[in-house]
Design a protein around this ligand. Structure first.
Ligand code: SF4
Length: 91
């Protein structure tokens, strides 16, 4: 957490990391916000442990409502990132 890119962000930039349920419309913005973060894999694993709904983890905005294909795609991506098989720069 100490090394997280979002941790040192100025307050006026924190909205970049809020999941807003726009689906794919938000993905590019969040990917840019997380690009280059040194703790991407750890972030994905921690998000999965915590229950990721309604937040951004590892460049993946996770919607609040879990019963959608968009939510399931977000979970699939987090699992791939946590396993080291997918990076935010790959999208
Ligand atoms: S990958 Fe996680 S810790 Fe890093 S900037 Fe994105 S949300 Fe923050």
């Amino acid at each position: 957490m100490v090394a997280a890119k979002c941790r040192g962000a100025p307050v006026h930039e924190l909205k970049k990391w809020e999941a807003d349920n726009r689906g794919r419309g938000q993905t590019g913005q969040v990917v840019q916000a997380c690009r280059g973060c040194p703790v991407m894999v750890e972030c994905a694993a921690y998000g999965l442990e915590q229950g990721p709904a309604g937040m951004v983890w590892a460049g993946v905005p996770v919607p609040e409502w879990p019963y959608t294909a968009y939510y399931q795609r977000a979970i699939d991506r987090l699992e791939q990132i946590a396993d080291g098989g997918w990076a935010v720069d790959d999208c």
